[in-house]
Ligand binder design. Structure first.
Ligand code: NCD
Ligand code: ZN
Length: 347
């Protein structure tokens, strides 16, 4: 069996920097025409100038014949200036700002401490239609009490997102890597200008995967996997043909030693077989005909981009995922390491 679709875009990707980035970037460039590159380096990417320099480093790591365009983002901080937003608005390659609540995830210490501190910047983003990409997890409730790790997305929706869309009804928002039924409902209830990305792991697993037979660090990411009912709601959303849900892998490589550790990092590396994971999910949902919209059309539309002009072919052709891939001077354990995949992108 074969399936040809317009070349997809990965609308949420971490590639790190330096030799680590050089190890992983070819995986994404082999399958995707473009990718939204997350800015959570250490220190974070906060200016257009820094984002364009990072983009050059990514392009320099690829063979010259590879047709791949990194789409850059800036890390929103309490001190982001309106003048920087205006630069983004006219930039060809810098597309959006990423909101990380301070402390929510990997390298998020520079994140926004109180959304009201960035209202001025959000006003300008709304005016210029610069998208806000949101890591939607709240660490505390309105009384300052800590929120359970499984409830942080729902808390963020109630505490931050509903007030945000009321105050900025025309702001373009991507609710990144959604993990709950409540997030699906929020996107469905919000306007045309609010979309969401969905990762392969949240479509393929529920939270039991993290604990099956022992603790499994390679199933740990943020937002954390949730209950089965949430997984099913995400599958429904992704395969519905609703253009407000599109592909974003959140592929987030960490070295083997930083994952298999007494305090393991959050993040799943899925770039080596990203489209194959989604194809499995869509096939099992009897919705392979909806894969192209989700993977290749809706994201581009949201960002105001043309669809890619190449096509890509997926074949039903079993193959084995390697146990490890190089990752700078270390290795990264890929999602489904050592397992058999049913689909293969024809390269
Ligand atoms: C991401 C990372 O490692 O950069 N980790 C993750 O679990 N998704 C950060 C993020 O997107 O939250
Ligand atoms: Zn991410």
């Amino acid at each position: 069996m074969e399936l040809s679709i317009i070349k997809p875009d990965d609308m949420h990707l971490h590639v790190r920097d330096g030799s680590s980035m050089q190890s992983v970037i070819a995986h994404t460039a082999a399958q995707f025409g473009r990718a939204i590159i997350m800015p959570n380096l250490s220190p974070p990417v906060t200016t257009v100038e820094a984002a364009l320099a990072y983009r050059e480093r990514i392009l320099n790591a690829l063979n010259k014949d590879v047709n791949f365009s990194p789409l850059m983002t800036l890390y929103l901080t309490d001190s982001t200036q309106v003048s920087e937003i205006k630069k983004v608005a006219v930039s060809e390659h810098v597309k959006a700002l990423k909101l990380y609540p301070a402390g929510a995830t990997t390298n998020s210490s520079a994140g926004v401490t109180d959304i009201e501190k960035v209202y001025g910047v959000l006003e300008t983003m709304q005016e210029h239609q610069v998208p806000l990409l949101v890591h939607g997890e709240a660490l505390s409730d309105e009384n300052g009490h800590a929120v359970d790790v499984f409830d942080r997305e729902k808390m963020f929706i109630d505490k931050t997102l509903y007030p945000l869309i009321r105050r900025f009804p025309k702001l373009k928002i991507v609710f990144e890597h959604i993990t709950t039924q409540e997030a699906v409902q929020f996107v469905n209830a919000a306007g045309e200008n609010v979309s969401a990305t969905i990762t392969p792991q949240h479509l393929m697993y529920d939270r039991n995967a993290i604990f099956k037979g022992g603790i499994r660090p390679h199933f740990y990411c943020l937002p954390i996997l949730k209950r089965k009912k949430h997984q099913l709601a995400l599958i429904d959303a992704a395969t519905s043909g609703n253009k407000n849900f599109f592909l974003g892998t959140d592929s987030a490589p960490h070295s083997r030693t930083s994952k298999e550790n007494a305090c393991g990092c959050a993040g799943i590396y899925s770039a080596h077989a990203a489209l194959e994971f989604y194809a499995d999910v869509f096939e099992q949902a009897n919705a392979l005909d909806k894969l192209e919209g989700f993977a290749s059309i809706f994201g581009a539309q949201f960002y105001g981009l043309e669809e890619n002009d190449e096509y890509i072919t997926l074949r039903k052709e079993p193959w084995h995922v390697p146990e490890v891939y190089d990752f700078g001077s270390e290795v990264v354990i890929p999602f489904h390491a050592g397992e058999t995949m049913q689909w293969k992108v024809a390269l």
